[in-house]
Design a protein around this ligand. Structure first.
Ligand code: MN
Length: 236
C-alpha cells in the first residue's frame, strides 16, 4: 500500500469483475460514442453522414459505474429516464494515434452495457449548446456486465444486440450496423487521448431507446458477449 496520507479515506477504485478470473478490471475512464447506429441517429433527429462526419464522444465518471444485476433508484431531476443498450470495449494496452490495423491489440475484452440517460436533461443541453453532463454523467448511469476477455473472439464485426423491458423487446439490431466499427473508433479516439489499460468505451446504441419507470426490469443481450440486467427502484 502507498504511504500517502489523505485528509479522508479515498474512494475505492471503480472496477468490474472479469469472467474466469478472480482479479478485477480497474476502470480508468469511461468514453461513450454518440450516434453510432443510423436508425438511432435518425430517431434522435440527427442523422449521420459518415462521408462528411466524424464520430463524437462524451464521458462518464468512473464512479458512475454499476454492476449488472443491480437495482438503482429512479434518478433525481428527470421525468424521462432512458435505457441505451451498448457493446462495451475494454482497453488492456496503451495506444496513442494507433492505426485501424494496429487497433485490435488494444482490446482486453468486451462487455454488455447500459448507457442510462436522463433524456430530458440531455436534450435541453443539446438544444441549448450546453454540455451533456447532467443528462449522461450521473450516479449509477454506467451499467456493465463482467468483462469477457477477448480470447478467440477477435474484433467483433457482427452479432445480435437487443434489449427487453419487462420481457418486451424494445431494441433489436446487429453489431454489423455500427457506423464506426471498433478499429475505426479506437483509431479515431486515440488521436485525441492516450488510451490506457482500464479505459472502457461504450460504442453507441441502436434505435428503440425509450423511458423506464420504477419497478421496470431491463435485460439486454449481445451474442457471444453477455447479458446485462437492471431493475429500476423507487425514486430517492
Ligand atoms: Mn449511448
Amino acid at each position: 500500500m502507498s504511504s500517502a496520507n489523505y485528509v479522508f479515506t479515498p474512494p475505492a477504485t471503480p472496477s468490474l469483475p472479469v469472467s474466469g478470473n478472480s482479479a478485477r478490471f480497474p476502470v480508468n475512464r469511461i468514453f461513450c460514442v454518440g450516434r453510432n447506429y443510423h436508425a438511432h441517429a435518425v430517431e434522435m433527429g440527427r442523422p449521420v453522414d459518415k462521408a462528411t462526419m466524424k464520430p463524437f464522444y462524451f464521458t462518464k465518471s468512473p464512479s458512475a459505474l454499476v454492476e449488472s444485476g443491480a437495482t438503482v433508484p429512479y434518478p433525481t431531476g428527470t421525468g424521462n429516464y432512458h435505457y441505451e443498450m451498448e457493446l462495451v470495449v475494454a482497453i488492456g494496452a496503451p495506444g496513442f494515434r494507433v492505426s485501424e490495423a494496429d487497433a485490435p491489440r488494444l482490446i482486453y475484452g468486451y462487455a454488455a452495457g447500459l448507457d442510462m440517460t436522463r433524456r430530458d436533461l440531455q436534450l435541453v443541453a443539446r438544444d441549448q449548446g450546453r454540455p451533456w453532463d447532467l443528462g449522461k454523467d450521473f450516479e449509477k448511469s454506467a451499467v456493465c456486465t463482467p468483462i469477457l476477455p477477448i480470447g478467440d473472439l477477435g474484433v467483433l464485426k457482427s452479432g445480435a444486440i437487443n434489449l427487453q423491458v419487462n420481457g418486451e423487446t424494445r431494441q433489436t439490431a446487429d453489431l454489423s450496423q455500427l457506423i464506426w466499427n471498433i478499429p475505426e473508433l479506437l483509431a479515431d479516439l486515440s488521436q485525441f487521448y492516450h488510451l490506457e489499460p482500464g479505459d472502457i468505451i461504450y460504442t453507441g446504441t441502436p434505435e428503440g431507446v425509450g423511458p423506464v419507470k420504477s419497478g421496470d426490469r431491463i435485460s439486454g443481450h449481445i451474442d457471444r458477449v453477455g447479458d446485462v440486467a437492471l431493475v429500476i427502484g423507487q425514486a430517492e
